[in-house]
Design a protein around this ligand. Structure first.
Ligand SMILES: Nc1ncnc2c1ncn2[C@@H]1O[C@H](COP(=O)(O)OP(=O)(O)O)[C@@H](O)[C@H]1O
Ligand SMILES: [Mg+2]
Length: 294
């Protein structure tokens, strides 16, 4: 490992410097990362001036954004506005070009070394990322594993859970998503809606503090959408899991959201409770977007 203060890339130097400013601010208020309070009402996720570029394209430009513990936040906005990028950054599938992300009071892509912030090791990011589960548009189940094993695999191999405990928990979750009679099937033997419900059970099996849902019904035949949304409504209403949801299913968003954020070109142009956002949005772009999806 190279010494932490001699980062080879210019980009990383900038990032460390930017991030350092955030630490100072956090320390001053006593609410910075590291204090780790888990009480409800505190921020579970925080983006601080997060910038993400793909080549010449700046998708997120110093985005500030936070989600409180236990809340359900829905991101809406036109295609290409950066919604998936936000979720992929949280999953550490992408790395930010600037700014910091904290999850439950811990830096996701940075680590504190003394009073400096440096880029996190893979190991640190992986530990923090365990608090997050994600369900993708395209299910992404393990095709060579039966339903039960799809759900037990990560708890056993990533969390080190005993096989018996993982098995029992998986059966409960599979029952919750209504697939008990399909435990022994392979993904290809299931409908898209059933596969997506396995993917939801699989994500929950890791006991994440936050569940990310990225257009999870967009790839489904219309008649299979309601079954998946019912499962998600149930989870939203009966658990205290924090949710960050990207969806074009506006009545679902209205049912489960505490707040709705309207994105355009990587910026939050308007946010508020669902009643207000869906009935009397202030911005013309929000009105246009809602007209286009409703
Ligand atoms: N891996 C990538 N490489 C290059 N450009 C990307 C990549 N991922 C996303 N983009 C671009 O970033 C912008 C935001 O994409 P995305 O976050 O997927 O938007 P949304 O989910 O809101 O539709 C789009 O212009 C998209 O083409
Ligand atoms: Mg997307």
């Amino acid at each position: 490992m190279p010494p932490t203060d001699s980062t080879p890339e210019k980009k990383n130097e900038n990032e460390t410097r930017e991030a350092g400013v955030d630490t100072t601010t956090g320390a001053g208020t006593g609410e910075g990362p590291g204090n780790g309070s888990r009480a409800s009402g505190t921020e579970l996720i925080r983006f601080d001036k997060v910038t993400k570029r793909f080549g010449a394209l700046t998708v997120l430009d110093e985005l500030d954004f936070a989600v409180d513990t236990g809340k359900h936040v829905t991101l809406i906005g036109p295609s290409g506005s950066g919604k998936t990028t936000i979720l992929r950054l949280l999953m550490t599938l992408l790395k930010p070009d600037g700014g910091t992300i904290t999850v439950d009071g811990e830096y996701l892509t940075h680590e504190k070394k003394g009073d400096k912030l440096v880029r996190a090791s893979e190991r640190h990011s992986r530990e923090v990322r365990k608090k997050i589960g994600m369900v993708f548009q395209q299910f992404n189940l393990f095709p060579n594993m039966k339903v039960l094993r799809n759900v037990t695999e990560a708890p056993v191999h990533v969390l080190g859970m005993s096989k018996d405990e993982a098995d029992q928990r998986a059966r409960e979750l599979i029952e919750m998503v209504g697939l008990t009679e399909h435990l022994d099937k392979y993904p290809t033997q299931l409908s898209g809606g059933q596969q997506q419900r396995v993917a939801i059970a699989r994500a929950l099996a890791m006991r994440p503090q936050v569940l990310l849902l990225d257009e999870v019904t967009s790839a489904l035949d219309p008649e299979l959408v309601a079954g998946v949304l019912d499962v998600l409504r149930d989870i939203a209403h009966t658990t205290d899991i924090t949710m960050v949801v990207v969806t074009h299913e506006m009545s679902f968003a209205r049912d489960i959201s505490d707040s709705v954020l309207m994105f355009d070109h990587g910026k939050i142009i308007e946010s508020g409770p669902p009643d207000k956002m869906f009935t009397e949005p202030e911005h013309q772009r929000t009105r246009d977007f809602l007209t286009s999806v409703l």
